[in-house]
Design a protein around this ligand. Structure first.
Ligand SMILES: [Zn+2]
Length: 350
């Protein structure tokens, strides 16, 4: 899988970082009215309009957690549906509960990381996330990317009056308008072909983002480029500002092609200033990479087979990390590997 890019992948998930990064550059675009807020207000930041446009404007912000949580849940749902959690339960006697009792061995725990807080008595320590996501900023100004609506809760007959009473069940709510783009770079550290595809699949499949189930809005992720590099690259804010520099102060919604081209150009210019060795996959090369991914992801039999392979990979990682205890026959090795694990943890945490 992805033979052409072999040198950018790890053969197995390593314990220590090996300076291999896959950066997915995506345009997250609202597909309906969405609400991204904390504490009752839409999240807004005052930032410079562009890299070359110093005036300060307000922009909608899509916080990090609002991006990762739904994507993780998409993946976990599939792990459940395709019996991965059953397998882990029967073979290794481990349960996995998101944010409560992480198993430490499933693809979600190993790739996105976890911290053992409450409970999880049979787990030890924590796992750093191999997925880095930062807050994303809308390209247009706040004034052009939101609307305020009065929501009402009519009586059962659909009217706002009952007898002589008029309902006062009105509430005002700010919504993000449809087709507002939030450029975002999702980074996977030390990708293997399997973990790379896991992340990509979650990006393809997640379509609802927002606070809670009733407040979510539909959103589409459009992959514009993939950058394989030996280090970290530009931030989401710089990407948004660069796109703004290129398209200028025009009103959304933007033309699909012009936005895509502006993003490609922005990526091309920004990456050259990042001081990393990189390979940029865009346009035709990106299409063929995505076709290869799709050929696996759209056939249910190969999809299941791939999920099993991925899980074997994360189980081996958990074994090497000492999270998954050695089988009884290999008992003699277990104390040594546990000691090694502690050493590595200290190294990584410092
Ligand atoms: Zn887990």
């Amino acid at each position: 899988m992805f033979e052409q890019y072999k040198k950018h992948f790890q053969e197995y998930i390593p314990r220590l970082p090996g300076a291999k990064y896959a950066h997915f550059v995506i345009l997250r675009e609202t597909d309906s009215y969405a609400v991204f807020k904390t504490d009752g207000e839409l999240n807004v930041a005052r930032v410079r309009a562009g890299i070359n446009a110093p005036q300060v404007i307000s922009r909608l912000v899509l916080f990090k957690r609002k991006q990762t949580t739904p994507e993780r849940l998409t993946g976990r749902e599939l792990l459940r549906r395709y019996e991965i959690y059953n397998h882990i339960k029967t073979q290794h006697n481990k349960d996995c509960a998101y944010n409560e009792n992480p198993c430490g061995v499933c693809p979600d725990c190993v790739i996105y990381g976890y911290a053992v807080g409450k409970g999880g008595a049979d787990n030890s320590g924590s796992e750093k996330s191999k997925v880095f996501i930062d807050s994303a900023y809308a390209v247009p100004k706040y004034e052009e990317s939101h609307g305020t609506f009065t929501l009402n809760a009519p009586y059962e007959d659909g009217t706002m009056t009952q007898g002589t009473d008029t309902t006062n069940r009105f509430s005002e709510q700010d919504h993000v308008l449809p087709e507002v783009p939030f450029p975002s770079v999702v980074t996977l550290r030390d990708p293997t072909p399997n973990t790379f595809l896991y992340l990509l699949n979650n990006l393809y499949r997640t379509k609802r983002y927002g606070a809670q189930t009733t407040r979510t809005g539909q959103m589409r992720n459009k992959l514009v480029a993939i950058i394989f590099a030996d280090g970290e690259i530009f931030s989401n804010l710089r990407l948004t500002q660069k796109i703004y520099d290129i398209i200028g102060d025009i009103l959304p919604p933007y033309g699909l092609d012009s936005l895509k081209e502006a993003t490609e150009q922005a990526v091309n210019e920004l990456i050259q200033e990042d001081g990393v060795f990189y390979e940029l996959i865009a346009k035709e090369a990106l299409v063929s990479l995505q076709n290869e991914a799709q050929s696996l992801l759209t056939d249910e039999a190969s999809f299941k087979q791939w999920m099993n392979l991925l899980t074997e990979e994360t189980l081996s990682y958990a074994k090497a990390a000492g999270v998954l205890k050695e089988e009884k026959s290999e008992n003699t090795n277990s104390s040594r590997s546990r000691r090694n694990k502690n050493k590595t943890d200290e190294g990584e945490d410092s």
